[in-house]
Design a binder for this molecule. Structure first.
Ligand code: 5GP
Length: 178
């Protein structure tokens, strides 16, 4: 079954304002600390690139990326998560924030958190633009959260459906093709 682009769920300006607030919150919490921001590829790239430009200059940030497989072409999570690109840097003793596009069942992040904790960072927190709490299968503490959204599959602002619609500046729902 195919999907078409549905209505706008979160407007560009609303996203921009919230990203600015999240960056302010991170700045307030970590002042002049040395942070490592880990973007989860590929969906978090747009969010991460906006977020870092709103962080205060006093924070030094190193960037790294992880890639995991969580979804095939369908919109349902398989629950199977596999790292397909690991970090380049050593996070031992570092202050780390994982930057994610969306927390749905929570399986991806709880797996990532457990792997990264074994590397003994000084601090490990999560920043996610979107959160679908109604779908959660495992408890996850999201220290910095953009928006809670209903149980709808969304695209845009870095999020895709089968490789499409990542480039849209707003967040949209999908609708089933007639
Ligand atoms: P979780 O493991 O929390 O169920 O899923 C997390 C990952 O599933 C996200 O990083 C994202 O790649 C994908 N995902 C979950 N919900 C959505 C959604 O509504 N839209 C898109 N495009 N991806 C989603």
């Amino acid at each position: 079954m195919g999907f078409d682009l549905g209505e706008v769920l979160i407007r560009r300006k609303t996203i921009q304002e919230r990203v600015r607030e999240l960056a302010f919150d991170i700045g307030s919490a970590y002042g002049d600390m040395d942070l490592v921001l880990i973007g989860v590829l590929k969906g978090a790239v747009v969010f991460l690139s906006d977020l870092i430009r709103e962080l205060p200059v006093s924070i030094t940030t190193e960037l790294d990326f992880l890639a995991v497989t969580s979804y095939g072409p369908s919109t349902e999570s398989s629950g199977v998560v596999r790292i397909i690109k690991d970090l380049d840097i050593n996070i031992n003793g570092r202050n780390v924030i994982i930057v994610e596009d969306i927390v749905d069942t929570g399986l991806t992040l709880s797996y990532l958190v457990s792997i990264l904790r074994e590397r003994e960072p000084e601090m490990l927190e999560i920043c996610s633009l979107l959160d679908k709490p109604s779908r959660r299968k495992t408890e996850i503490d999201i220290a910095f959260k953009g928006f809670e959204i209903p149980d709808e599959f969304v695209v845009g602002y870095g999020l895709d459906y089968s490789g499409r619609w990542r480039n849209l500046p707003e967040i949209h729902t999908l609708k089933k093709r007639d």
